[in-house]
Design a protein around this ligand. Structure first.
Ligand code: HEM
Ligand SMILES: *[C@@H]1O[C@H](CO)[C@@H](O)[C@H](O)[C@H]1NC(C)=O
Ligand SMILES: *[C@@H]1O[C@H](CO)[C@@H](O)[C@H](O)[C@H]1NC(C)=O
Ligand SMILES: *[C@@H]1O[C@H](CO)[C@@H](O)[C@H](O)[C@H]1NC(C)=O
Length: 210
């Protein structure tokens, strides 16, 4: 009797917790006035980076992806997972290095320090650091599909992020070790507002570097 009452209470309280749970991010369409590209912009709750994602409007199968990370200066590194989890999908980890930002392609089969992943390659389009933020924009070849998954460009796409307040040990080295995260999160959104005319998208990637 007591046990079944407890079970009912547990079910009711977990259902309530789920329905009352605050959305952990806000999304919007962001268009950069300088380059003309539009992005799906994700602002996670808390002191976390903003993530902006852009893809071509004909995206299917293998296609290049663009990601911008705008991180509060207090963060030592920020990571982004193209398939929504720490494991079994391409990861990109970025950290400040002087006035620039180092970008590292990683993969993890376990919840331990991810190893370097050469099936995805990144071109840094721009990066900067000032008193309040560091930021980097990259184009990735090899992040749209991987062994066991792909980005869903027509339904809901799921991404994940992670960040740490501690600095990496060798900031100039893309293969550097880095410390465990202080927080992680996921978000699920359609990529409608991330889509750009394919030829303009390709031209932007080809003609930009920094
Ligand atoms: C030193 C490197 C890392 C270590 C040791 C590590 C370890 C772990 C551990 C132990 C967990 C499970 C407990 C928890 O949630 O905290 C976890 C979860 C998670 N980590 Fe990492 N992690 C590392 C780097 C990364 C990176 C680079 C990302 C990039 C996005 C990431 C994304 C996540 C996410 C999204 C979760 C929760 C969901 C999931 O398990 O997929 N981690 N990590
Ligand atoms: C610092 O960099 C961030 C991210 O790029 C930018 O939004 C902000 O306007 C910059 N601040 C100044 C004072 O330039
Ligand atoms: C993408 O999501 C749609 C709608 O949920 C689904 O029908 C489709 O199978 C998914 N595609 C992929 C490649 O996962
Ligand atoms: C998308 O458009 C670009 C640029 O016009 C082209 O190079 C690419 O082959 C197209 N991709 C697909 C899947 O049609």
């Amino acid at each position: 009797m007591f046990c079944s009452l407890l079970a009912v209470l547990l079910v009711v309280s977990s259902t309530l917790a789920t329905s009352l749970e605050k959305r952990q991010w806000t999304e919007s369409k962001y268009c950069n006035p300088t380059n003309g590209l539009c992005y799906l912009q994700i602002v996670p709750r808390g002191t976390n980076p903003i993530y902006r994602i852009a893809i071509p409007d004909n995206a299917s199968g293998a296609f290049d992806t663009v990601l911008e990370i705008v991180a509060p200066i207090t963060l030592g590194w920020a990571g982004f997972a193209w398939g929504g989890s720490m494991t079994a999908n391409p990861l990109v980890v970025a950290w400040p290095n002087g006035q620039k930002v180092t970008v590292s392609s990683r993969w993890s089969t376990n919840r331990v320090l991810p190893t370097v992943y050469s099936s995805a390659t990144y071109k840094t389009l721009r990066s900067s650091r000032n008193d309040t933020h560091w930021s980097v924009e990259v184009a990735c070849t090899g992040c749209s599909r991987w062994s066991g998954g792909q980005i869903n460009t027509s339904g809901l796409a799921m991404f994940a992020w992670a960040q740490s307040r501690s600095a990496v040990s060798q900031p100039a080295n893309p293969s550097s070790n880095f410390p465990y995260h202080n927080s992680v999160g996921t978000f699920t959104e359609p990529l409608t507002s991330a889509k750009n005319p394919a030829s303009a998208f390709a031209t932007y990637i080809r003609t930009t570097s920094g």
